[in-house]
Design a protein around this ligand. Structure first.
Ligand code: ADP
Ligand code: MG
Length: 727
């Protein structure tokens, strides 16, 4: 029996494994693996606890004694939990997480060891930075990198290790990770938004930004996965003819969850809850074997740590259930890809969601103010926001006919659209004539308090207003959400800064606060109209219209990255203090390099598989055909043409496909050789995009044709129908 049939048989025979049933209710085990407030109270002295809270909530610098106290408390708690090691846990630009595990053991100077964990080790470490992407930052300076504790995200336990969330910076202070700019962007937004909130309520002291992610993923049986070198090496299938049935019937979405998958989900949720990740929702997605998990939203930094942690935990739990989890944005051609919707909102320390239409006139004006400023920010930086979610893998999803298009626009829905239209239509004269109070009343007073209208949802929009938050849907399933959240928070912060300057100018010239706010907001509505689009984002007409509106319509990944270092981007990150020019160039360099490497790997894997898996099997089948032709000719002595006509035709067809595969593969290798010689990362990535990547689909076409011809018994790779329907 061929390997393919063996792995299918194994996959079918697998039963759901019993999941260690959690004792008690979720509320009892939620966060038992987290050094949360409850543990802080138990394991820290009162002085130490108070000092740490000061650091967490007010950013007070931490003194050495407190750090020592916290480290010791963490160690005692962790050791009671059976933990032996600790690690600084950080998020380098590779996209995953990095850890280096050390044990608590220290020499006691008397020939023995003691368990110890000092404040010094908690606060800062010096991991070897040379093996992480840095975009050239380190080449010019010392090859050192520092990880430093982020006290705002609690330490947690995974297996026998205490994990301490940290930032990762270079010797000269540049960010080498996602966390540093994210924390700075969150801070910039807090400052800018708080200043604007004070027009409406002087008691506001802080504005939080929130993230609720929805993680989509595929599950594939372990054995089937192992029999697909392309999945193993690139995360996606580089070949495979479409299954006769896939998602046409839409019978998977919200259908009942298969038993083996349900066991996996239960297990995953249990692990997440113990780690304090508040997972809440689970369901099937549109494509067969595609699922989603979503938590309750949290402050961005914590929510993002939780998502990064979830991705690691998912992979681990999946193995226990003989599954592999695919986080790639497009593992299967012709089947829906996976995204990670980023639900985003801002809220004050007085408990007001700034994107939720309020009750009073002033609250409503505040809501419209924040809504319109977000629109302005997204409009001005639509190209950058696209660059923040673009990469080699997500590019398969954007622009395809089932995912957000590669153009950023905002969906508002009919109610909000009407509100903005009304405000705009009130001529400036009318507004002044009536007085701002009346004008506000007229235009915004009919916004209902709660706008959770599910019928008014547009699934084709990459950035949709959904009642009390925006949903950035173009983010890829494998991405670190921070990429998108840094750009969004910083862009909105910059916009709010500008807004405040303009409003203050009007106030200085004698206008009332409400009048000034209203006048500027009204002007903005007209100005950023181009970004507002409630129509079908998948249509071809939209592409034409978006270009006419001046929105960024670039689709080539390396060229999209140009926005990462464009003049207005540099300016925006500088005025918000989130990243300097050097850091931006370094990040762009890393993105380009990663893009090139991914395409390079795909090209190599496809070439190898074509020549080592596909052509030899096709030849074997062709050989069978030729043998038959020969046999018939021998037996019937030339009177047999019609008997072998079909065999001849098939053998010829196969030869044609094989020739094409060989020729195209040669050409792809040549294109790679040329591209590899290019020194500039940008030019190299462009060459990979324009001259190498184009062969992937061309070669695949002929392989997929052969899959339809070659005897099913001989085909070596699990087919699409087997990959997505076996569970
Ligand atoms: P959907 O219908 O889009 O699947 P859900 O109700 O499942 O929406 O919510 C999706 C995510 O949005 C969840 O993580 C949820 O916690 C989050 N969310 C809800 N309200 C907010 C908010 N105000 N800010 C940020 N995220 C939110
Ligand atoms: Mg959603």
């Amino acid at each position: 029996m061929s390997l393919r049939f063996k792995v299918i048989e194994n996959a079918i025979a697998r039963k759901a494994i019993p999941v260690e049933t959690p004792e008690g209710d979720p509320s009892e085990y939620f966060g038992i693996h987290v050094f949360n407030n409850e543990k802080m109270l138990k394991y820290l002295s009162k002085t130490c606890y108070d000092a740490l809270c000061g650091t967490i909530y007010n950013g007070t610098p931490l003194d050495r004694a407190t750090a020592d106290g916290v480290a010791d408390g963490m160690r005692r708690w962790a050791m009671e939990m059976g933990v032996t090691h600790y690690t600084h846990w950080f998020q380098p630009l590779t996209g995953g997480t990095a850890e280096k595990h050390d044990s608590f053991i220290e020499l006691d100077g008397k020939g023995g060891v003691i368990e110890e964990f000092s404040g010094k080790l908690l606060i800062q470490q010096e991991p070897d930075a040379s093996s992480f992407p840095n975009g050239g930052i380190r080449n010019t300076f010392e090859a050192r990198g520092y990880s430093a504790w982020d006290p705002t995200s609690p330490a947690f336990i995974v297996d026998d290790t205490l994990c301490i969330p940290t930032i990762f910076i270079s010797y000269t202070g540049e960010a080498l990770d996602y966390k540093v700019p994210l924390l700075k962007a969150v801070d910039a937004l807090d400052k800018a938004a708080t200043a604007v909130c004070r027009y409406f309520d002087s008691s506001v002291n802080k504005v939080y930004s929130y993230l609720g992610w929805e993680q989509e993923y595929f599950l594939v049986d372990d054995g089937l996965y192992a029999a697909r070198p392309d999945l193993v090496l690139t995360g996606r299938t580089l070949m495979g003819h479409e299954s006769a049935k896939n998602q046409q019937l839409e019978d998977h979405y919200f259908g009942s969850i298969p038993t083996r998958v349900a066991a996996f989900m239960r297990d995953l949720e249990f692990e997440c809850l113990k780690l304090g990740i508040p997972v809440k929702t689970r369901h099937n997605e549109v494509a067969p074997n595609q699922f989603e998990v979503a938590p309750v939203y949290e402050e961005i930094n914590l929510a993002n740590d939780h998502n990064v942690l979830l991705m690691t935990i998912m992979k681990k739990v999946a193995r226990r259930h003989s599954f592999r989890v695919l986080l790639h944005e497009k593992p299967f051609k012709g089947i829906n890809g996976s995204g990670k919707h980023n639900n985003w909102s801002m809220g004050t320390d007085t408990g007001v969601n700034l994107l939720s239409p309020g009750k009073t006139e002033m609250e409503k004006l505040q809501f419209v103010t924040f809504l319109v400023n977000v629109m302005m920010a997204v409009w001005k930086h639509n190209g950058l926001l696209k660059a923040s979610i673009m990469n080699a893998t997500n590019a398969h999803r954007l622009g395809a006919n089932e995912a957000p298009p590669a153009i950023i626009s905002i969906f508002l829905g009919s109610q909000i659209s009407k509100v903005l239209d009304d405000i705009e239509k009130l001529g400036a004269k009318d507004a002044l004539h009536m007085g701002p109070k009346q004008a506000i009343k007229l235009s915004v007073s009919h916004i209902p308090e709660l706008l959770m209208d599910n019928t008014d949802r547009n699934r084709t929009s990459p950035f949709a207003f959904t009642g009390n938050r925006f949903e950035f849907r173009a983010v890829g399933s494998s991405a670190n959400c921070a990429g998108a959240m840094i750009a969004l928070n910083a862009a909105v912060a910059e916009q709010l800064q500008l807004f405040k300057v303009e409003v203050d100018k009007k106030i200085a010239s004698g206008m009332t606060v409400e009048d000034a706010v209203f006048t500027i907001v009204r002007g903005y509505i007209g100005e950023c109209k181009a970004i507002h689009f409630d129509g079908n984002g998948y249509s071809d007409e939209w592409k034409v219209e978006a270009a006419a509106r001046g929105l960024d319509c670039e689709t080539s990944v390396p060229l999209v990255f140009d926005k990462l270092v464009a003049e207005d981007t540099i300016q925006m990150y500088a005025c918000t203090g989130v990243m300097n020019e050097k850091e931006l160039h370094a990040r762009a360099e890393v993105e380009l390099e990663t893009y090139t490497k991914k395409i390079q790997i795909e090209a190599r894997v496809l070439g190898d598989m074509a020549m080592n898996h596909i052509i030899p099997v096709a030849m074997r089948y062709q050989d069978m055909l030729l043998g038959r032709i020969e046999k018939v000719n021998r037996l019937f002595n030339g009177r047999s043409e019609s008997m072998v006509a079909y065999d001849v035709k098939l053998a010829e067809k196969m030869a044609e496909h094989m020739l094409q595969i060989d020729e195209l593969t040669e050409k792809m290798i040549d294109a790679r050789k040329v591209a590899n010689k290019i020194v500039s990362e940008r030019e190299k990535a462009i060459a990979y995009h324009d001259t190498v990547a184009i062969y992937l689909d061309k070669i695949r076409y002929h392989i997929d044709k052969l899959e339809l011809i070659v005897d099913n018994e001989l085909w070596p790779l699990p087919k699409y129908r087997e990959l997505v329907f076996t569970r």
